[in-house]
Ligand binder design. Structure first.
Ligand code: AP5
Length: 185
């Protein structure tokens, strides 16, 4: 089994690249953002609890995402591996995931590096075209701050364990994908 975490700030291209890597390596792609948005659109109990937090760009409770990931990992049957997208985002989530996967294979972290200007540009453009609730100027600003405060510290955590690979996430989507592929083949 091979497991990966695609990592990076909002708009870095995690979802875009995770889908390509999942297709190429036959991995199961698990995006907590997408799974939470699905809960919101179905107006489940979880969806109602997280809706406002997500609209403001705040993180939802660790317990909620940990539970969602645990269910998905345990009920995915035989898979070649997982690629986690948007999870973990806190040290607590990172520890939880390591325990969950300890008997399988600890994930390698693929970190996408993109400048703040480029991130804002991409997210504002997507907000204009798809209308995602958190792709507006004010929430984008908060998402970037939350990333710096709560998620970026995970990079040191993984680097100290020699599980971190960083690549330039700027340029054409195919070009970024090639850089990632070169690191994991
Ligand atoms: P989530 O859905 O994970 O949002 P995010 O981290 O802000 O990331 P995005 O989906 O905006 O960007 P991405 O890096 O996936 O890039 P993408 O490929 O989409 O989380 C949303 C919310 O859910 C959080 O704020 C939080 O509230 C909650 N949440 C989720 N997980 C959680 C957790 N673990 N714990 C607590 N709360 C959690 O690309 C972005 C855009 O750029 C697209 O339009 C794309 O087409 C474009 N693009 C991609 N690559 C390129 C490129 N190379 N050049 C030009 N454009 C590009």
């Amino acid at each position: 089994m091979r497991n990966f975490i695609i990592f990076g700030p909002p708009g870095a291209g995690k979802g875009t690249q995770a889908q390509r890597i999942a297709d190429a390596l036959d991995l199961k792609h698990l995006s907590t953002g997408a799974l939470l948005r699905e809960e919101v659109s179905r107006q489940t109990n979880i969806g109602q609890r997280v809706q406002d937090l997500m609209a403001k760009g705040e993180l939802v409770d660790d317990n909620i995402v940990d539970e969602i990931i645990k269910n998905k990992v345990e009920n995915s049957g035989q898979v070649a591996g997982f690629i986690f997208d948007g999870y973990p985002r806190t040290i607590s989530q990172a520890n939880y995931l390591d325990v969950l996967l300890a008997a399988k294979a600890l994930p390698l972290i693929l970190n996408l590096e993109v400048s703040a200007e480029e991130l804002s540009k991409r997210l504002i453009l997507r907000g204009q075209t798809t209308g995602r609730a958190d792709d507006n100027q004010e929430t984008i600003k908060n998402r970037l701050i939350i990333y710096q405060q709560q998620t970026q510290p995970l990079l040191d955590f993984y680097a100290s364990q020699k599980r971190l690979i960083s690549v330039d996430g700027q340029g054409e989507i195919e070009e970024v994908y090639r850089r990632l592929s070169d690191q994991i083949k």
